[in-house]
Design a protein around this ligand. Sequence first.
Ligand code: HAM
Length: 424
Amino acid sequence: MSTFQGPKGTYDLIPPDSEVFLAVREALAAPLRRAGYGYVETPAFEHTPLFARGVGESTDIVTKEMYTLTTKGGTELALRPEGTAAVLRAALQRNLHRGGLPVKLWYSGSYYRYERPQAGRYRHFSQVGAEALGAEDPYLDAELILLAVEAYRSLGLRDVRLLLNTLGDANCRPAYRAALQEFLRGLDLEAIDPDGDTRRRIEINPLRVLDDKRPAMRALLEGVPLMRDHLCQECKAYHEQVRDLLGAAGVGFEDAPALVRGLDYYTRTTFEFVHDGLGAQSAVGGGGRYDGLSELLGGPSLPSVGWALGVDRTVLALQAEGVTPQPPSPVEVFAVPVGEQARRVLFGVLTELRRAGVAADFAYGGKGLKNAMKSANRSGARLAVVAGERDLADGVAQLKDLDSGEQHPVALDALITTIKEKLQ
Ligand code: HAM
């Protein structure tokens, strides 16, 4: 063992679990690629003010959870805690919005939040995300939700619930915020807010108070004003359309009128996908519309909608349901040479197989036959190509089916074609 350990709140992905992780990441992204979303990749760090302004100065993510650093040149940078602000920054910087709208983008990568680590909550985690920029169209909100549902379905997850809400817009939110604040200021918080955190939150970011999970606070929130009762006509009609479209597509959802998100940029449609097998960290994905974010970042009006699905938590959800996908072994053929001459010949075969698109591996380290066959079996390959001096003298190699154990000689010059036929 090394004297070093990975930092707290992180974990290493190692085979074979890493294969499941990759399969999940691919499954979450596949529906997006089929729906015209283009891949975008942004740096792991950005200027700190991008997130401070984009995600919200008073959010936990910005005030408590960002990994920030000052470069030798004095620039303030932050490891990205989320993808939306960065993707929008990149789209604006590269003028993607000057082409046809909406600009539909997807991404996948590592995100960093200095949170208290627990099951399903890490300081380094992975998301697959999607952003559709520049269209105010309930069909687009519905498309994105349907694509996430499709991704979870394709993985075989059955117990994901969709929670749906609307947070109104610049028209109706201010009046609601004021009504909410008035209600919250009237609460007797003496006993449950000794350090004044909640009272501060009521003044700065009252909507976040709705997310307070403490039972005593939940009891106090009984009868709290809800956004849905303060929506303007446009927001109400928009939300009805999103609900109708989901219903028409046969996608079940639960109205969650007190659902607020941990990021401040949301307007109108907001949603979360939750899985009940995960304990406290039940959100496997979340997102919504963010019609004002572009202007906040200095861009033009660009009403947009998006989501991010947590890869780590989706893997945990699959485990909770006992449907962890068994991805096929990436290695199809394993080469087992016995002796130096066979190593040379089979290394050539390995190279040719790989060029022909066959996934193949080799018994490196000059192992004896027994150990090399153990490696072959462990690799999950379907076929082993075994050759020693006598085989080579006969111009053949032994092709062994690792499932049935059957083995027969194949002429070296017919090896690649025979292997390809067998694998079909
Ligand atoms: P978020 O809800 O903060 O949204 O994160 C999305 C998902 O990432 C969560 O539902 C969860 O599955 C996963 N996640 C978040 N934090 C952690 C953590 N510490 N450990 C493990 N998994 C985690 C966003 O990030 C928005 N950018 C989504 C969005 C895109 N909204 C519009 N466009």
